[in-house]
Structure formats: C-alpha cells, structure tokens
Design a protein around this ligand. Structure first.
Ligand code: CA
Length: 244
C-alpha cells in the first residue's frame, strides 16, 4: 500500500462513459490515472513511459489495441498491459497474450475484479518476476555460442547482442534453472505468467519461437532449447562459465 498513490495507470479506451468511469473509480482507489481515446494517442502516451500499467481496449479508432501492444513490445517497452476485450474477441485476446499482454478482462467486468487483476499484475511484474522468488539467477552465464546477462536481460549469440522481453527472459531463466530437465508448457504458464486460466499453451510456444530467434544459430535445429515432443522444453547446453 505504501506506494499506491504513485502508481500511474493509463486507460486506452474509446467508449467515453467507460473511460470516464474507469478513471473516476481508479482515482478513488488511489491511482493516478491518465486516459487516451484512440490507439494512436494511447501509443503516444504509453511511450512517454509514465504509466506503471496500461488498460488497453482492443477495438479502437486509428490503431487497434493489438497494434498498440505490438508497437510497444517491439520497441522494448515492457509496461504491464491488461487487455479489455468484448465478448467474442477470443482470438484477439489470445493474440494479445502472445504479443506480451499480462492479463485480460472481458467486458463487462466489475470494479473489484479489475482492481484485483491490477494488483496481481503489478505484484507479478514489479517484484516477483524480476527479483525472482526462486533461486534467482544472476551474473553472466556462458554456454557454447551463447552468453546470457541476467542483470541486463540480454543475450549474445554470434557476436550480436539482443535484448530479451520480460517473458522471454523469464522462460529462459526457468529453463536454465532446470537445465537438463524437461519443463512442461503448463509449468511455464504457471510460473512465468503466474496464472493458469490462459486459453492456450500456444502462448508459450510463440514466446519460445521468439526466444529461439534470439539465441539459436539455426532455429530449425535448436541446440540450446530443445522441444521434447508431448512433454515440453528442455535447456540442454553445457554451462561453460558463470561470472557473478
Ligand atoms: Ca472500443
């Protein structure tokens, strides 16, 4: 509760009544709230980087919520996002999660549900995920053809350094912590996303595919993150060096 008054929420929603209602109620809860009425304005405000969390409607004028999210994540903006979707937008919802949204709510939703989700996402993304409630990996790890910097969430492969998204880093962290063992998609969903009501484990597969592009020499024949058919994924590389 200590820094609740400093938590800034950006509401990107084109329905005026809903936008005003969200702002009013979230301000009563003690949040600092700013709003945007269309996707383009929303993206601009999100890029200012003041928001601790974004509530993002999907159907928006000028630029869809999915596009806003994609632009943010592609440019390395990892602000937590909760998608607000209408009934029947399941496909968009799934796509949103694959693009790196942190949760979703289906309209209409109650204030209690909304604030519970906001708190859960903030807890997970601010403290839990970064600090790690397990044996947090730190320092720099060197594997054959791959160097991972856990402090900066970067990987170096073939001399090229790339930034990992929060989810890519958490997936890699969990696989490396359990290297030599198979980690199931369900375990990854539970540990990395923190909840189990995701509609599909395809979310995991898509993040793995993106991770592989950054760490594998040949994504068709991965040497680090192997697929164990029907079971999950396994990090198989030998640890050559661990610098703290
Ligand atoms: Ca809308």
């Amino acid at each position: 509760m200590s820094n609740l008054s400093e938590t800034h929420i950006l509401v990107i929603e084109d329905e005026q009544d809903l936008r005003a209602g969200l702002q009013h109620n979230l301000e009563l809860e003690g949040y600092v709230v700013s709003t945007a009425a269309d996707g383009r304005e929303g993206l601009r405000k999100a890029r200012e980087g003041k928001a601790n969390l974004i509530l993002l409607d999907l159907m928006l004028p000028h630029m869809s919520g999915t596009e806003v999210l994609q632009h943010l994540r592609e440019t390395g903006n990892e602000t937590p996002v909760i998608i607000l979707s209408a009934k029947g937008q399941d496909r968009d919802k799934v796509q949103g999660l694959e693009l790196g949204a942190d949760d979703y709510l289906t309209k209409p939703f109650g204030l209690t549900e909304l604030t519970a989700r906001i708190r859960a996402v903030l807890r997970r993304t601010q403290s839990g995920a970064k600090a790690g409630d397990r044996q947090a990996l730190s320092g720099v790890m060197v594997f054959p053809g791959l160097t991972v910097d856990w402090g900066r969430f970067t990987v170096q492969s073939e001399g090229e350094e790339t930034q990992l998204s929060r989810y890519e880093a958490e997936i890699l962290r969990m696989l490396v912590e359990h290297r030599g063992q198979v980690v199931s998609r369900q375990d990854l969903l539970r540990k990395v996303w923190g909840y189990v009501h995701l509609p599909t484990t395809r979310t995991v597969d898509n993040h793995i595919a993106r991770l592989r592009k950054k760490i594998e020499h040949d994504v068709e024949n991965p040497t680090h993150v192997k697929t164990v058919h029907g079971l999950g994924y396994c990090f198989e590389s030998e640890l050559l060096e661990h610098r703290q």
